[in-house]
Write a protein that binds this ligand. Structure first.
Ligand code: HEM
Length: 412
């Protein structure tokens, strides 16, 4: 594994230490914020972000201990108004109370119990087997072809296929759902407008409304069929709650996992000694997956709203304040991780917060880990080395971060 292409060179640090606007997607795509976050953790671990004219201010939480503290206190830091900065700064989430990630209290606990039950060990075993087989084929095809964009030709196909199987979507529709999911997040579609992204989001909702109606009449053995036949407080789960949660499973589980996959391959290419240790079996797939999750941190922050006047990390937070928890900083906190700036596939312990923590801990974490494991197993079995063949594309977002395109040559 090697990275001879100049595009892989480190990104610059921001010029000003104070003026970084964390709401600006280009800050995360174009700059290396490692040192900026280190200073934040040291000097101002729970700080106001009020310096951008015309933009509402918010709290920025950067230390692992404070991030975990806020995750653990849903009674103080709620999710119902939204769980990412963009929606919180622009009037709240319109699916509030209908989607797991943006609901609180009893409503959240009840629906979450049902969704978790849907991720049954039998279903996960089945998904694991089909994901491993499909991933092996995709990687074998990419090796045969020699050159590929690892995002477009390999990673993009894995999570969406698993999610479609999870939701009982026919194979023939999965390509359609994949296109809609790409447009809805706007990640793969150069020049796409916000309006087109909204249309794709609505189309996903319409598709799943019809799908839920079909499954109510003729349920299968997937998670979605289970939800259609479940009851909450003695009544069947409402269609809109099921449909919004399908949407959140599609969008929550697709891009995040791909970013982990592509960032994981790039990390192995940048650290040939780690690749060699992984190939030789010295590093297990399980521990590599955890380090890739820490290293890439696809979901860089989550957002919360203070539900009462409270305190966090020694700062007084006022009811209604927007509080952002920076996983990307917590995962590099030198108070918790030895040599955090070293990519160490055998790292133990590895208390990363890439899947969040507490009551909203990622409900798809196990599936995500299965998919990443399938990819690294296939790479270990089929690939001797990889080289960059063009510039690395970066993902522009203030919520998700990583590599959006990775042109590589995979060697047998
Ligand atoms: C929640 C990250 C994979 C579905 C979360 C949260 C994070 C996260 C940080 C917590 C959000 C919060 O506290 O507000 C990731 C990453 C993944 C991944 C980095 C990549 C491997 C998946 C998969 C699925 C999924 C594969 C489903 C197929 C969800 C859902 C929630 C969630 C529905 C909301 C859970 C709740 O609020 O109770 N994820 N996720 N995620 N994730 Fe994931």
């Amino acid at each position: 594994m090697s990275v001879p292409h100049p595009a892989a060179q480190r990104r610059p640090q921001p010029a000003e230490w104070t003026d970084v606007n964390l709401a600006d997607p280009s800050v995360h795509a174009e700059f290396d914020l490692t040192e900026w976050w280190r200073r934040r953790r040291q000097e101002n671990p729970v700080a106001r972000h009020d310096h951008v004219p015309g933009q509402d201010g918010f709290w920025v939480v950067s230390r692992h201990a404070d991030v975990m503290d806020a995750y653990r206190r849903p009674q103080d830091f709620g999710s119902a108004s939204g769980n990412v900065m963009d929606t919180l700064l622009h009037g709240g989430d319109s699916s509030s109370g209908r989607m797991l990630a943006v609901s609180d209290g009893e409503q959240h606990r009840g629906v979450r119990r049902l969704v978790q039950r849907g991720f049954s060990p039998e279903l996960l075993d089945r998904l694991g087997a089909s994901t491993r087989a499909a991933t092996h084929k995709l990687v074998a095809r990419a090796v045969e072809r020699g050159r590929c964009d690892f995002m477009k030709d390999v990673a993009a196909h894995i999570p969406i296929a698993a999610i479609c199987e999870l939701l009982g979507v026919a194979d023939s529709d999965s390509e359609y759902i994949m296109k809609l999911a790409n447009s809805a997040l706007g990640s793969d579609v150069p020049g796409q407008t916000a309006r087109e992204a909204q249309l794709a989001q609505s189309e996903i909702l319409v598709y799943f409304s019809q799908h839920v109606r079909r499954l109510r009449a003729d349920p299968g053995d997937d998670l979605l069929s289970m939800l259609t036949t479940s009851e909450l407080d003695g009544s069947p789960l409402r269609d809109d709650v099921i449909v919004f949660n399908c949407y959140s499973l599609v969008l929550g589980g697709d891009e995040t996992t791909r970013l982990g996959m592509v960032g994981g391959l790039l990390a192995l290419m940048e650290h040939p000694e780690q690749w060699a240790r992984f190939k030789s079996g010295e590093i297990s797939v399980e521990s590599l997956v955890e380090e890739v999750m820490r290293w890439t941190t696809p979901a860089i922050h989550v957002g919360r709203t203070a539900l009462r006047d409270t305190e966090l990390g020694g700062q007084q937070i006022t009811k209604g304040d927007v509080v952002t928890l920076w996983n990307t900083s917590a995962n590099w906190d030198e108070r918790v991780f030895t040599n955090p700036e070293t990519f160490d596939g055998g790292r133990r312990p590895n208390r990363h917060v890439s899947f969040g923590f507490g009551p909203h801990f990622c409900v798809g974490a196990q599936l995500g880990r299965i998919e990443l494991s399938a990819l690294f197993e296939a790479l270990r079995a089929l690939v001797a080395g990889a080289e960059l063949t063009g510039p690395v594309g970066r993902f522009y977002s203030n919520f998700l971060s990583g590599v959006s395109s990775l042109p590589v040559e995979l060697r047998r």
